[in-house]
Design a protein around this ligand. Sequence first.
Ligand code: RB5
Length: 147
Amino acid sequence: MKIGIGNDHAAVELKQIIQSYLEELGHEVVNYGTDATESCNYPEYGEKVGRAVASGEVDCGVLICGTGVGISIAANKVKGVRAAVCSDVTTARLVKEHNNANIIAFGARIVGTELAKDIVKAYLDATYQGGRHDARIAMIHEIENQL
Ligand code: RB5
């Protein structure tokens, strides 16, 4: 898969670890930054990865900030994005199976390195179940269309 990755200053080291891990798994990774540890603004990177996912430039995205929350909120403002913050592997699996999340997010100040790897692996290994979930996802995007 082609995976977009983005982060703020709180997550530079974890981003690099996750990028290498994804490449070891055989994925192509596009790094949207930042690679600088100076304080920056997470909405910039959430938007970049959100737009890349929504346009089809990449197949899905991984976003990391301190908590995973701010950067996912920003990405979710891009039409077509379903970014989900996960701190455990069960949620990571279910956000793909039920919500067909196209971006997974987590917090570098919340999860450790090994758990972060397990979260992205659980998300990537899972398959969207479709069926009853299709209508619910359509309802989400209907809200978006009314904005
Ligand atoms: C940066 O200090 C921090 O606010 C950011 O990484 C993130 O946790 C926001 O949601």
